[in-house]
Design a protein around this ligand. Structure first.
Ligand code: HEM
Length: 88
């Protein structure tokens, strides 16, 4: 789906999550307001793409050593936001 440099996409998601979780606002300084739904518009995100994205995030959460409450918090946020990103 995304043919550019993955390291840069990883960095954007990282900075966004840091900011969303109350950390420094480097994402906004670098990219402006998130406007995530508009930024995802160029990509066809259907139910399969959404589920695939969520499955990867589930794997990442399961591998991480953060506590169960934080995992649940992040998972709820990912599910809710991924549903909002669906545009097909
Ligand atoms: C529903 C499944 C999703 C798919 C298939 C998807 C796919 C993509 C793709 C292809 C990009 C472009 C790469 C880039 O410019 O960084 C992107 C960017 C991004 N995505 Fe997603 N995404 C999904 C859900 C989400 C969710 C749930 C979040 C937030 C929790 C999120 C946060 C971001 C951010 C912060 C960017 C970078 C925006 C920018 O500054 O340009 N995405 N996504």
């Amino acid at each position: 789906m995304y043919k550019e440099k993955l390291e840069e996409a990883e960095q954007r998601l990282y900075l966004f999550m840091v900011q969303y979780l109350g950390g420094p606002k480097h994402y906004n300084e670098m990219r402006g307001l998130p406007r995530l739904r508009i930024r995802h518009q160029p990509f066809a995100i259907d139910e399969d793409a959404k589920n695939s994205w969520l499955a990867n995030m589930r794997t990442a959460l399961d591998k991480s050593n953060i506590n169960a409450d934080d995992k649940e918090f992040l998972w709820d946020y990912f599910v809710k936001t991924a549903n909002f990103m669906r545009n097909k």
